[in-house]
Design a protein around this ligand. Structure first.
Ligand SMILES: *Cc1c(COP(=O)(O)O)cnc(C)c1O
Length: 429
């Protein structure tokens, strides 16, 4: 029997000191009627908790760890770097090196700025779009999550969806009013909005492959419509690839779909497990950033040498072969899980692109946030509690995406198929 005794005791201490006992809300396991599991360490595809349980990890720190936990090369480079000092607040060669590397994957980023989180990247990109166009309105899509800055915390996914919050208290009404929200994958709705308000719209921000309302890939025609409308109306198209970058395709969704945005935001994988985000794009737009221009952006720890090194050593190890291998593993996993669900009469939709995968407990199609919400949330909770006790570590919310790393093996896939199949057969429907 799996015991969580030490985690339960640890949580009792933590809740006295931090809201929900955690530093980011979905970690609290409130949504799955459990106390969170406290982690001791991770190595490659596995996590180990403070009760001595081990897991095959499909969360991977919510996306960043494409090489798995504590990759030998990344760790060795970090140890080397730390001896030289942890922060200088002055330029280093590492910043130029990572910028060049990023450009190899995402050539549309003619110039970029490093920041310390995805939230900072999207917040800065939105400010830049506004400063550049001299307009105020931003468009986002319902169920997409772009971090927790005020303008973007409206009808958002991830924890906002998990805890059923439309607009966070504390976001001024007037700020929320500057953000238009439109259903995802809805070409008619966005076209109509541009017809009425196109001249006021500074920018459109979108997860081209959405991963924060569960996993919902954008339709190619929808994304092409966004490109066309923003061009026609002189608005900035921002692809938020904080999650999809280096994930749905080695070169991001913009490569997968062949659509070039004006600005791109990256995060997660780019930091290799350390706090990094990036925003960048067309030179003509980026040169409006201080000190070249007047749109303010700064950061005490931006471009931090440890974070840059973790990113560099992660990106350097990526290649098409590894992506093909991860994608083939997910193909096998998704096909087998769908068959197992069907056999047991469990309503189930499952998909993957590249190294991202996701499932819904409904028969689909799942193309937007309304469809996502037709999933069976109570079944998800029971299912989650079953599989975690059998050593499969999934995000504790039906509004999140799952990932795979280069370290997951065929045996891991077999074990996962076995546990999911047992869950479909045994968890009360
Ligand atoms: C995770 C995420 C963010 C926010 O990044 P943080 O590093 O958590 O601030 C923004 N956009 C997308 C698409 C994300 O998945």
């Amino acid at each position: 029997m799996t015991s969580f005794e030490n985690s339960i005791a640890a949580y009792k201490e933590a809740v006295k000191l931090m809201p929900g006992g955690v530093n980011s809300p979905v970690r609290a396991y409130k949504n799955v009627d459990m106390d969170p599991i406290f982690i001791e360490r991770g190595k490659n595809q596995n996590l180990y908790d403070i009760d001595g349980n081990s897991y095959i990890d499909y969360v991977l720190s919510w996306g960043p760890l494409i090489l798995g936990h504590a990759d030998d090369t990344v760790i060795a480079a970090l140890k080397d770097t730390i001896d030289k000092g942890t922060s200088f607040g002055a330029p280093t060669l590492l910043e130029t090196k990572i910028a060049k590397l990023v450009q190899k994957f995402v050539p549309s980023m003619e110039m970029m700025r490093m920041v310390s989180s995805g939230t900072e990247a999207t917040m800065s990109a939105v400010r830049l779009a506004r400063g550049y166009t001299k307009r105020d309105k931003i468009v986002k899509f319902i169920g997409c999550y772009h971090g927790h800055s005020d303008s973007l915390l409206v009808d958002a996914g991830s924890g906002m969806a998990t805890f059923d919050i439309n607009t966070s208290p504390g976001v001024p009404k007037n700020v929320a009013l500057e953000t238009y929200t439109v259903p995802y994958n809805d070409e008619a709705a966005i076209t109509d909005l541009f017809k009425r308000h196109g001249d006021e719209i500074a920018g459109v921000i979108v997860e081209p492959v959405a991963g924060n309302m569960g996993f919902v890939p954008g339709h190619e025609s929808f994304l092409k419509t966004l490109r066309k409308l923003t061009e026609d109306y002189g608005s900035v198209l921002i692809f938020d690839e904080v999650m999809s970058g280096f994930r749905c395709d080695m070169k991001g969704a913009q490569h997968l779909y062949g659509i070039t945005p004006d600005l791109t935001t990256l995060g997660k994988v780019i930091g290799g497990g350390l706090p990094v985000g990036t925003f960048g794009g067309k030179r003509e737009i980026m040169k409006n950033i201080t000190p070249d221009g007047k749109v303010y952006h700064a950061g005490t720890l931006s471009g931090n040498p440890l974070a840059m090194m973790a990113g560099i050593k992660t990106l350097e190890q990526l290649n098409e072969e590894k992506y093909a291998d991860m994608s083939a593993k997910l193909d096998r996993l998704c096909t087998a899980l769908k068959a197992a669900a069907d056999k047991n009469g469990v309503p189930f939709t499952i998909r993957h692109r590249g190294t991202m995968w996701g499932y819904f407990f409904n028969n689909g199609p799942v193309e937007n946030f309304d469809d996502v919400q037709k999933s069976d949330k109570e079944y998800f909770t029971r299912f989650f509690q079953y599989v975690i006790k059998r050593g499969i570590y999934l995000a504790p919310s039906p509004y999140e995406t799952s990932f795979i790393s280069t370290k997951h093996t065929d045996a891991d896939i077999d074990k996962t198929i076995e546990v999911f199949s047992d869950a479909f057969a045994n968890v009360q429907k």
